[in-house]
Design a protein around this ligand. Structure first.
Ligand code: XMP
Length: 537
C-alpha cells in the first residue's frame, strides 16, 4: 500500500474517464469519484482517500445554472495540488473570488492557445509558443481570483490558463486528456511530476498488491465471498484477484444455462480448477505462497434443461432476457444458500459500467437492463466486492495477464449475458442451439487462425429462422440460414462492420455448410451501429 493517489472529482464530462487513463498511463494511480464526495464541510470522504493531487473534471453545466454542481472551497485548503479542467477551472475561478461570465453560446473544438507563462502544466512550453488544444469555451472567466496569474490565452478565450503557483492551483480552459490536444499527456505529466511531485512508480503489479489489501480489509479475516463466473474476462479476472486475496474463502459459481459457446464450461473448469493449482508460484506477481493457499472452490451447475424448458416457445428478445435473468438469479441463489457464512458477492463491474449506471449527480444507481445480475445483491442481502471498478477493459486484460490467466481467455471477445439465446432467432430448441454452437465454433476457429481475433470486437454467427432451398450433391436441401457478423468497436456503443477477407469468408461459409447440418446458406451482415445493433436481438 502507500501508493500515491490522484483523485479526479467528476462533474460529468464525457472525458473524465480519459483523465484517469492518461494519468495511469504515466505510472501514477488515479481514481474517479463523483464531486459529491467534496460537498461536506469536513471533507471526510475526500480526506480518507489521502489524495496527493486533485483534478476537477470538466462538465456539461454552467457554473451559474440552478443546481450547478459545486464543492466546498475547503478543497483548495487541503494543501494538495488542484488541477481544474474546463468546468473545474471555471468553478475554481468562481469559488475563489474571480468572475465568470455566462457565455451565450458554447463552443467546442480545435483551438490554438498562446502560452504566457511556462509554469505548472505548461512548464515545458516556451513562452509565446502556440499550442494546439481541444477547447471547450462555455462560460468565460472574466476576472481572476486574488493571487492568480494568467498563464495562457486564445483568440476566443482570454483566460485559457490561469494559476496560483503558491497554492499549487492550476486551471486549464481546454482538455489536455484528449488526443486532439497533441501535447496533452506532456502537460498532465508536467503537473504530475512538477507540481504534485508524483513518484511515477505505479504499475499493474502494484495495483494487484493494493487491490489484494483492499479486498482483505473489506472481507476481513473470516469473510467468505461468492463470485458468479460467466466465463468472460471480467468475472474471471475478478475471481483470480479475489482468490489471490482470500484463497479458499472464495467460492465460484458457474451456471451452465445451455446457451454457452462450445467448450466454455470445460474451459472454465480447466482454468479455475487446474490452472489455479498449476499456476502456483508462476503468476509473475512474486507471491506464489498465497497463490497456493488453496485451489478454488468451483461449483459448476448444469441448468440447461431448466433454462430451455422456461425458454421453450419464447421468441420475444426482451422476454428471453427477463426469463434468463430471473432464472439465473434463482439458480445462483439456490446454490449460494448452500454456502455457509457467505456475506459478500463479487462482481466484475468495470468503470464503463459504473458510469453507465451511476449518475454523476450522486450514488443513485440505475442498473441498466443489460446488467444481467441486477437485483441479485439486494435479493441475497450480500455486500458487493467490486475490485475492478476503476479499470477500463484493456486495463482489466493487463491485470488478468499479470495474475497469470491464459492469454486466450484474457483476450476473449465480449459475449452477451443471455448468450446464444439472442443469437438464435425463433424457437430456442436444443438442436437449433447445438447447430448454432457448432457454427460459432467454426467462426471462432477461422477468425483466430486468420490472426484477426484480437483486433475484432466481436465475431459470431446468428441462426435465422428462415429456410431456403439449396442443393448438396444430388439432393435438394431446405434448411436454415446463418448470418455471419463481425464488428470493430471501442466500447460496443457504436460499431463498424469488418471487411473480412473474401478467402476467409469463403472458408467459413464452406465449413459451416459442410459441417453444420441444418444450415445450407451463410450470409454476411454489412450493417454498422447505428443504425443496426451488434446483436440481432
Ligand atoms: P447491441 O446489440 O446493443 O450490443 O449493439 C452492444 C454490446 O452489448 C452486448 N449485449 C449484451 N450484453 N447482456 C449483456 O451482457 C445483454 O443482454 C446484451 N445485449 C447485448 C453485445 O454483445 C455488444 O457487445
Amino acid at each position: 500500500m502507500g501508493h500515491q493517489v490522484i483523485v479526479v472529482l467528476d462533474f460529468g464530462s464525457q472525458y473524465t474517464q480519459l483523465i484517469a487513463r492518461r494519468i495511469r498511463e504515466q505510472a501514477v494511480y488515479c481514481e474517479i469519484h463523483p464531486y459529491t464526495i467534496a460537498t461536506d464541510p469536513e471533507l471526510a470522504q475526500l480526506r480518507a482517500l489521502k489524495p496527493t493531487g486533485i483534478v476537477l473534471s470538466g462538465g456539461p453545466s454552467s457554473v451559474y445554472e440552478d443546481g450547478a454542481p459545486t464543492i466546498v472551497p475547503a478543497v483548495y485548503d487541503l494543501g494538495v495540488p488542484v488541477l481544474g479542467i474546463c468546468y473545474g477551472a471555471q468553478l475554481t475561478a468562481l469559488l475563489l473570488g474571480g468572475k465568470v461570465r455566462s457565455a451565450e453560446r458554447r463552443e467546442y473544438g480545435r483551438a490554438s492557445i498562446k502560452v504566457l507563462r511556462a509554469d505548472g502544466p505548461l512548464k515545458t512550453v516556451t513562452v509565446g509558443e502556440e499550442l494546439a488544444v481541444w477547447a471547450s469555451h462555455g462560460d468565460h472567466v472574466d476576472a481572476l481570483p486574488p493571487g492568480f496569474v494568467h498563464t495562457a490565452s486564445s483568440a476566443n478565450c482570454e483566460m485559457s490558463g490561469f494559476a496560483n503557483p503558491a497554492r499549487k492551483i492550476d486551471c486549464l480552459q481546454f482538455h489536455p486528456e484528449v488526443v486532439h490536444t497533441p501535447r496533452g499527456a506532456e502537460l498532465l505529466g508536467n503537473w504530475l511530476f512538477g507540481v504534485v511531485g508524483a513518484a511515477g512508480d505505479w504499475s499493474m503489479a502494484s495495483f494487484v498488491d493494493e487491490a489484494v489489501a483492499r479486498i482483505r480489509a473489506q472481507v476481513g479475516e473470516q469473510g467468505r465471498v461468492i463470485c458468479g463466473l460467466s466465463g468472460g474476462v471480467d468475472s474471471s479476472v475478478a475471481a483470480a484477484l479475489i482468490h489471490k486475496a482470500i484463497g479458499d474463502r472464495l467460492t465460484c459459481i458457474f451456471v451452465d444455462n445451455g446457451l454457452l459457446r462450445k467448450g466454455e464450461r470445460e474451459q472454465v473448469r480447466a482454468m479455475f480448477g487446474d490452472h489455479f493449482k498449476d499456476a502456483a508460484g508462476t503468476s509473475g506477481g512474486g507471491s506464489g505462497a498465497e497463490w497456493r493457499r488453496g485451489s478454488i472452490d468451483l461449483r459448476v451447475i448444469d441448468a440447461e434443461a431448466r433454462f430451455l424448458e422456461k425458454l421453450a416457445d419464447v421468441s420475444d428478445p426482451e422476454k428471453k432476457r427477463k426469463i434468463i435473468g430471473y432464472e439465473f438469479i434463482a439458480v445462483f441463489d439456490e446454490e449460494a444458500k448452500t454456502i455457509e457464512n457467505a456475506k459478500f458477492l463479487a462482481q466484475g463491474t468495470l468503470y464503463p459500467d459504473v458510469i453507465e449506471s451511476v449518475s454523476f449527480k450522486g450514488p443513485s444507481a440505475v442498473i441498466k437492463s443489460h446488467h444481467n445480475v441486477g437485483g441479485l445483491p439486494e435479493k441475497m442481502k450480500l455486500s458487493l466486492v467490486e475490485p475492478l471498478r476503476e479499470l477500463f477493459k484493456d486495463e482489466v486484460r493487463q491485470l488478468g495477464l499479470e495474475l497469470g490467466l491464459p492469454r486466450h481467455m484474457v483476450m476473449r471477445q465480449p459475449f452477451p449475458g443471455p448468450g446464444l439465446a439472442v443469437r438464435c432467432l425463433g424457437s430456442l430448441t436444443k438442436p437449433r442451439l447445438d447447430v448454432l454452437r457448432a457454427a460459432d465454433a467454426i467462426i471462432d476457429e477461422e477468425i483466430r487462425a486468420a490472426g484477426l481475433y484480437e483486433s475484432i470486437w466481436q465475431s459470431f454467427g446468428v441462426l435465422l429462422p428462415v429456410r431456403s432451398v439449396g442443393v448438396m450433391g444430388d439432393a435438394r436441401t431446405y434448411e436454415e440460414a446463418l448470418a455471419l457478423r463481425a464488428v470493430h468497436s471501442k466500447d460496443g456503443m457504436t460499431a463498424d462492420w469488418v471487411p473480412l477477407p473474401y478467402d476467409l469468408l469463403a472458408r467459413i461459409s464452406t465449413r459451416v455448410i459442410n459441417e453444420c447440418r441444418g444450415i445450407n446458406r451463410v450470409v454476411y451482415d454489412i450493417t454498422s451501429k447505428p443504425p443496426g445493433t451488434i446483436e440481432w436481438e
